[in-house]
Design a protein around this ligand. Structure first.
Ligand SMILES: Cc1ncc(COP(=O)(O)O)c(C=O)c1O
Length: 355
């Protein structure tokens, strides 16, 4: 989709949205990605110490106490306040001068970032002719998945207006970036010099009902196995508190997954899993490390059978959006929670796309 002048900063923070920061970054690096976005200095150190080359942009803010470690790992901070810039400048040694940073502008997210006028004051500081080199101006879009584009257009306008003033403050021409997944999918005017996809890399759109210009394939599948089968009569309570009562003579399967594995308890009595290509409803409350599903309509189910918690079978699919809807959340949270607890196995994706 992107023009060749637009580079990709692959966002692999939060342990690669639960997919494994290191493997994601290494795989993307083999595909030619040269820039990576993390939230914390610790995540950056993990990537660098495992031999990852390229820019590692620390996007979540840095403390003065982290500057030394940041420099040693050759990480590039997104700077959002003058104190951090001064602390970094003081620690940069002659050999590392000038040290690369990106400057973040707040154009409406009201989280991290300078007001544009603060940034131009900072850029006039002597630090920028000696120790620090601003290589990027960035901002973050707060509402780019909204069908109403007003706020995003306003943010992009504020960003565009700020840049000439910042350049006039004496900075060479740093690269500009603003677009997250939603910016990439629905706001081509936000592509600029670099884009920062996160969710998109893992096969999801942040607004499943909006058309998208690319095909996506879900990267993560989560499976478990049936550990026990039980047959119970009609009108029997199931699991803690008896919040579900059987409506018929039922076969129930116990699965060894619960909220300790990141499977949200709010999904109790709402969600489903796939067994033998059948959707089997979750019955009763999800426990700490177990849950119960009704397999009456998946005959032949036995201990050891594979259960798809997230992913697709021949005719069925449970996506992170389904899990998100069942727990009043978003796929970001679902992927982070489920992925960070499971044992991971990496395999090539098949060519077929989910229906
Ligand atoms: C600064 C920044 N850029 C890009 C992203 C990626 O966002 P998305 O996963 O929506 O693409 C994030 C994630 O929250 C972020 O904080």
């Amino acid at each position: 989709m992107l023009p060749s002048r637009t580079d990709i900063i692959a966002v692999v923070k939060a342990d690669g949205y639960g997919h494994g920061c290191l493997t994601m970054a290494q795989t993307l690096s083999q595909l030619g990605i040269q820039h990576f976005g993390v939230a914390t200095v610790q995540e950056g150190i993990l990537l660098r110490s495992s031999g990852l080359a390229g820019t590692i942009l620390v996007m979540g803010g840095i403390l003065s106490s982290q500057c030394q470690a940041l420099i040693e790992a050759n990480l590039t901070p997104a700077i959002s306040d003058a104190d951090a810039a001064h602390a970094l400048s003081q620690r940069v040694s002659r050999q590392r001068c000038p040290y690369p940073i990106h400057i973040k502008l707040d154009t409406g997210m009201r989280r991290l970032g300078f007001a544009p006028e603060e940034a131009s004051v900072l850029l006039q500081s002597p630090m920028f002719s000696h120790t620090l080199s601003c290589q990027g101006f960035m901002t973050h879009l707060a509402d780019a998945e909204n069908t109403d584009h007003t706020f995003t257009i306003q943010q992009l306008d504020r960003f565009a207006h700020a840049i000439p003033k910042l350049r006039a403050a004496g900075t060479p021409v740093p690269r500009l970036h603003a677009a997250n997944t939603a910016g990439i999918l629905w706001h081509p005017q936000a592509w600029l010099d670099m884009v920062r996809p996160g969710l998109l890399l893992y096969g999801y759109t942040p607004a499943p009902d909006k058309p998208i210009p690319v095909s996506l394939q879900q990267v993560m599948t989560l499976t478990t196995r049936v550990v026990h089968i039980k047959t119970v009569g009609k009108d029997e309570p199931v699991s803690y508190g008896g919040s579900y009562r059987t409506r018929r003579h039922s076969r129930l399967a116990v699965l060894p997954i619960g909220y300790t594995h990141g499977y949200n308890r709010r999904i109790s009595n709402r969600g489903a899993v796939i067994i033998h290509d059948q959707r089997c409803p979750i019955v009763g409350r999800i426990c700490m490390d177990m849950m119960v599903v009704d397999v009456t309509d998946a005959p032949g189910t036995k201990p050891g059978d594979q259960v798809i918690v997230l992913g697709q079978s021949k005719t069925q699919n449970i996506s992170a959006w389904d899990l998100a809807d069942w727990q009043d959340s978003i796929p970001y949270e679902v992927l982070c929670n489920l992925g960070s607890h499971a044992q991971r196995v990496y395999a090539p994706l098949t060519d077929s796309l989910p229906g």
